[in-house]
Design a protein around this ligand. Sequence first.
Ligand SMILES: [Zn+2]
Length: 252
Amino acid sequence: MIRIFHHSFVLALLAIALVVVPVTINVAGTSAANYHWAREQSKFRLRVGDNVSGNWNKLLRSTLRDWNKNDTVTLDGVGGSSNPRDCRPVTGRVEICNSRYGTRTGWLGLARLYFARGGYIDAATVQMNDSFLNAGGNKYNTDAARRHTLCHELGHAIGLDHVTTRSCMNNSQHAVFNYLKPIRSDFRRLNRIYDHRDDGTTVSSASATSEEFAVSTSLPAEPSGRDATESVTVQTLEDGREVVTFIVWAKN
Ligand SMILES: [Zn+2]
């Protein structure tokens, strides 16, 4: 299975970002898997805003149950605060959206991580593309592909990177149709990532706040000559903050 971006390349990207924006030091310090939310306890709760419609509601509930078998982060499903079309980030939360984002974009799903000063995640969004995942006749219009993609992107939103196990965090094309849930090794990784206390928190304990937030509203389009299942991009917003986007591409 070919993947464009190996860990070393992600690190290289982050290293490039580091030169431009020093605040990403903590992000780039070790590995991509060290992206994390800041919190003052090793066990914490994170709000997940439900902006989804149709068959995604049931799927979101079962995916949250699957992830909540870990004992590090408890994902609390709450009412959404975003418009599904542009899926704007909300400070301290994960927002989950679905829409017909188009087939020309080429992607099945994407997760965006927004970083606070200090390199902590302080907002995340997950978008499911119904133009593939809920389109009649499309090969990705299956319960398995929907489950995998939602599970996978939600895993990125809590700080996990790719694996080669039978977990939904596997990013191979085979995984899209076969590995639909997190597994115990994912839970152990979460435990390792969060087994320390940060000096402050980026996790919201309040209901939705509407802090002015420079956002990435443009949807990525498929690069030419693409030959991989997934790619990772790093962008700097107008306010100087960084956004990391994980994109799962459809394959013809
Ligand atoms: Zn991924």
